[in-house]
Design a protein around this ligand. Sequence first.
Ligand code: FES
Ligand code: FES
Length: 140
Amino acid sequence: IGGSDMYRQQILDHYKSPRNYGEIDDPTFTHVGENPMCGDEIRMDVVLSEDEETIEHVAFRGDGCAISQASASMLTEQLQGMSIEELQAMDRDDIVDMLGVDISPMRIKCAVLAEKVAQDGAEIYFGEKEIDRTTTEEDD
Ligand code: FES
Ligand code: FES
């Protein structure tokens, strides 16, 4: 891992003591995603506010390398209080900035795994709600 010592320390710390690791009972949505390069999986549980615009609570579990685990741990902290819109606008540069180290092209999939799981989970959740609404309207 390239980059400054401070950021390296931070990554190791999140890897050794991941924040928000575990499960949430009855989350608004949950999603599992895999890093196609290695097969490591991360699951994210997300609780949304009542109006479903803001992320209130996130937990993750799964396995993977230090980068993927630290990235997931840091992301759970960043997502707290974030809007769904802001989540969906995040890209790999935001994750690289968050990690604060150089990420080689080989490791980028590790770094963005958790972000992708959260984004895909939200997309699927809101996509299904959209379908529900359409179906209901057609039934009327
Ligand atoms: Fe190759 Fe993570 S997928 S190092
Ligand atoms: Fe599997 Fe990084 S090697 S997530």
